[in-house]
Design a protein around this ligand. Structure first.
Ligand SMILES: Nc1ncnc2c1ncn2[C@@H]1O[C@H](COP(=O)(O)OP(=O)(O)O)[C@@H](O)[C@H]1O
Ligand SMILES: [Mg+2]
Length: 501
């Protein structure tokens, strides 16, 4: 046997840049929504106050997807860094970036080509492009012509004008329908925009709520004189219940690890709910668990208890918010897609040590949440069932009514609608059509203006609670008739005096 050498002997070196196809493997766990979230993290890190997500359609077919921001932008050197896989800059403590991968991984998980055009204040824009199926060797990145950079940067993006910002453009997006069939494209857009709004609204809810950034989505039809309607992304706060499910909550439990403090903000929802804020995941049982935030960005929305407990139907109302700042990041790892937090073994023990000011711990909290859940079930069972709302109710109003009031098994709900009357009465109970008609003459709002069917939610909520009873049963009793006359008298007088005021 020959002797073992401590040192490996070398005789030279050969350059072996990675095969360009290596880039295709990046970001495998991304969906369109999580990929977009990663681009927007960069916009937020660049201090953007506005971000636009734009789908571009030409001749009926979706061609490109843009994320445009008015942040501080990048110069020549920075843009080269930005396009480099795995190049890390020096991060500030509040930055969302971390791995130097986000932009590339997000883009290549969704598109065959990514172009970045960026401008800092006082310098002309610069641009770079990566194309995946490029057969060129050596990771050569395209330099976008200056003229094109100007054109692209100065397009009508409709976001607050700055003299700096960044345009990220994806071409050949994998998920786009390969058709110009108007119906299919519309359907795709409707579903996709809804999914993007939900996801971004959720993961960025804190940033959206405190107004640090506004995010809009629109669709541009090339050649059309008008930009399409834009929809804002609004915050979806997973702790956005109206009233806590239990006095004393939310409750902060605190523990320390070395010099660092970890806070568990323990919440109990008042009951199951149909609101977006409650239904953050696919199955109701998965909404519970720990919600991890890093720099106010939601990384993981529940779905597990990090070793503290198993997922349990009785814990449906329990959610804990935990902020993991970089000083305690050692206890965790996040996946590069920033959609999951992997918990180290020390975390569970630390969490078990966490105490509130009143001395209670996580076990107490979980028991409280369980008891609240049982009570909410019971309360809903003992409440008198009512005919559910039909048409004319604003979505939030409908969800709250559906959450709070058990529904009578009926084919049709009670609709509340406006129509022209040939008298001056305020309402008409139409039991055959399960509709409460309101006299158009009293409809609030400036004359001639278009109304939405779901208008005046406060008035409709009151009317629903008042008249629901008279829609029940096979015939109108004497008591019902007398009540209707009474309400008619008073409400008509009230409506008239509102008009006169
Ligand atoms: N929209 C943007 N505005 C300004 N700079 C950006 C933008 N997007 C990316 N960058 C720059 O590119 C770098 C690389 O981005 P990325 O690949 O997402 O990795 P990370 O965010 O982890 O650093 C960022 O650190 C930032 O300097
Ligand atoms: Mg990033």
């Amino acid at each position: 046997m020959s002797t073992w050498h401590e040192q490996v002997a070398i005789s030279g070196s050969v350059a072996l840049p990675p095969d360009p196809r290596a880039m295709e493997g990046l970001g495998r766990n991304h969906s369109l929504e999580t990929a977009l979230a990663d681009l927007i993290d960069n916009s937020i890190d660049a201090q953007a106050s506005e971000v636009l997500i734009r789908f571009v359609r030409r001749a009926g077919r979706l061609r490109a997807l843009y994320v445009v921001d008015n942040g501080h932008g990048m110069g020549r050197n920075e843009i080269d860094m930005a396009m480099t896989v795995g190049s890390r800059r020096v991060y500030g403590h509040a930055d969302l970036g971390r791995f130097g991968l986000g932009l590339k991984a997000a883009s290549f998980s969704q598109a065959r080509a990514v172009t970045v055009i960026s401008k800092t204040a006082g310098t002309p824009p610069v641009g770079r492009r990566w194309v995946l199926d490029d057969t060129r060797e050596n990771f050569l990145c395209d330099i976008v012509s200056e003229e094109f950079c100007f054109d692209e940067f100065d397009r009508e993006w409709g976001i607050a004008d700055g003299n700096s910002g960044t345009v990220v453009r994806w071409d050949a997006v994998n998920g786009f329908p390969t058709t110009d069939d108007a119906l299919r494209v519309e359907k795709f857009l409707t579903q996709t925009v809804a999914a993007i709004r939900r996801h971004l609204g959720l993961v960025l809810h804190r940033v959206l709520e405190d107004g640090r950034v506004a995010i809009m989505i629109d669709v541009e039809d090339v050649g059309s004189a008008y930009p399409g309607p834009r929809v804002p992304v609004s915050a979806v706060n997973p702790f956005g219940y109206l009233k806590s499910g239990r006095p004393g909550y939310p409750k902060d439990l605190v523990t320390t690890s070395g010099d660092h403090k970890i806070e568990f903000r323990c919440h109990i929802w008042p009951g199951r709910s149909r609101t977006e804020e409650f239904r953050v995941r696919d199955a109701p049982v998965n909404h519970q668990g720990i919600y991890f935030y890093r720099n106010d960005r939601l990384l993981q929305a529940g779905g597990e208890w990090a070793g503290l407990h198993t997922i349990d139907p009785a814990l449906q109302l329990a959610r804990i918010a935990v902020d993991i700042d970089d000083d305690i990041l050692g206890l965790f790892r996040m996946n590069p897609e920033k959609s999951r937090v992997l918990i180290g073994p020390d975390f569970t023990a630390l969490a078990e040590n966490a105490r509130a000011e009143d001395g209670s711990d996580i076990a107490t909290y979980l028991a409280d949440a369980e008891e609240t859940y049982r009570r909410s079930r019971k309360r809903n069972r003992t409440r008198k069932a009512m005919i559910p709302p039909g048409k004319g109710f604003a979505p939030q109003l409908r969800s709250v009514i559906e959450d709070e009031i058990p529904a009578l098994p009926r084919l049709e709900g009670i609709s509340i609608k406006w129509r022209r009357f040939d008298n001056d009465l305020f309402f008409d109970v139409d039991r055959t059509n399960s509709t409460l008609w309101l006299n158009q003459a009293y409809r609030p709002g400036p004359a001639g203006q278009r109304h939405t069917v779901n208008d005046v939610p406060l008035l409709k909520a009151l009317l629903y609670l008042l008249v629901e009873d008279v829609f029940e049963g096979d015939y109108l009793g004497a008591k019902d008739k007398d009540n209707i006359d009474l309400w008619q008298e008073i409400l008509t007088a009230a409506a008239k005096s509102e008009g006169a005021a």
